[in-house]
Design a protein around this ligand. Structure first.
Ligand SMILES: [Zn+2]
Length: 308
């Protein structure tokens, strides 16, 4: 078995306005770095068409219809202050969900050791009924519920190391103790949620990081809060909301991680997946806006996944 990589050309056709940080070049930078022969053993698969009905696992139908109606026939339409849609955005969003769900299928069927999904737009800011922060629907939340509905997973953990708090994922699972949500993120920073005191049904573990901290504080948060919560919860599947905007080069935040930190954190989560969940681990790209920082971080992350 190998590490599987899902991506698709449609992800380049979700167009954002000039100067927008969440841009197609992000995926081109990832494709370029994974072209290196060090990644020759990756099992590269084109993302399948998603099943739109699975969006309803995390969002109500009237909200889904509202988002769909906002997709323009031409040009760019504004969804919220920093979230925009272009004509192909719907197809990109549905394919991102299709890839995440297929990744869940793969790890439960034993077709892959683990999977990285290089897709855009991201998802972790999408709340039950709000598209925001570059996100339309919450791909990680849909994948977690998909694992429960299609594969009988009882406990799914979503670990979110994007530098922004995943308010959407927290919102969706706030009163659902069958899903553990753990997040490390800079605070204060957009979107403003993610205090330690936000604990949901005891299934939300927030580990806020002060601005201008780095590796030591991040690893301590992982060791003292995230990993013990995972060991206590014993998930059948770990989904990573893998944003790489806590990298020191990133323009949207002030946390100073290096690619070595993402390598390390990946290894820690692989160990937990081995202990509790038959190695089942699915990683979904979220943020990361400096092209070099993003590419090097993804290389470290995927390189670690491939070491098995
Ligand atoms: Zn982010």
């Amino acid at each position: 078995m190998a590490t599987r990589l899902y991506t698709h050309p449609i992800f380049l056709e979700h167009i954002t306005p000039p100067g927008h940080p969440e841009r197609p070049d992000r995926l081109r930078a990832i494709e370029r770095v994974l072209d290196d022969e060090a990644f020759a053993a990756l099992d590269r698969v084109e993302a399948p068409q998603g099943d739109e009905a699975t969006i309803l696992y995390a969002h109500p139908a009237d909200f889904v219809a509202r988002v769909r109606a906002a997709i323009p026939d031409e040009g760019i339409a504004r969804i919220d202050a920093d979230t925009t849609a272009s004509p192909k955005s719907w197809q990109a969003v549905i394919t991102a969900i299709g890839a995440a769900n297929a990744a869940v299928d793969d790890v439960f069927a034993g077709r892959a050791d683990n999977v990285f999904v290089a897709a855009r737009p991201p998802g972790h800011h999408a709340e039950k009924t709000t598209a925001m922060g570059f996100c339309f629907f919450n791909t990680a939340a849909i994948a977690a519920r998909y694992a429960q509905k299609k594969h009988g997973a009882e406990r799914v953990a979503v670990v979110d190391w994007d530098v922004h708090h995943g308010n959407g994922t927290q919102d969706i699972f706030w009163d659902d103790p069958s899903v553990l949500y753990c997040s490390t993120h800079q605070m204060p920073l957009y979107p403003g949620t993610g205090a330690k005191s936000e604990t949901g049904a005891g299934n939300i573990v927030n580990a806020p990081l002060a601005p201008r901290t780095g590796s030591e504080v991040f690893r301590d948060a992982f060791l003292s809060r995230v990993l013990p919560a995972l060991d206590n919860f014993a998930p059948d599947l770990i989904v990573i909301s893998a944003g790489f905007d806590a990298h020191h080069r990133d323009p949207l935040a002030e946390i100073n991680l290096t690619e070595d930190d993402f390598d390390w954190a990946t290894g820690q989560l692989m160990q937990r997946a081995a202990i509790h969940g038959g190695n089942r681990l699915v990683s979904l790209l979220e943020g990361g806006y400096d092209l070099q920082g993003l590419a090097f971080s993804v290389a470290a992350h995927v390189g670690r996944l491939m070491k098995g």
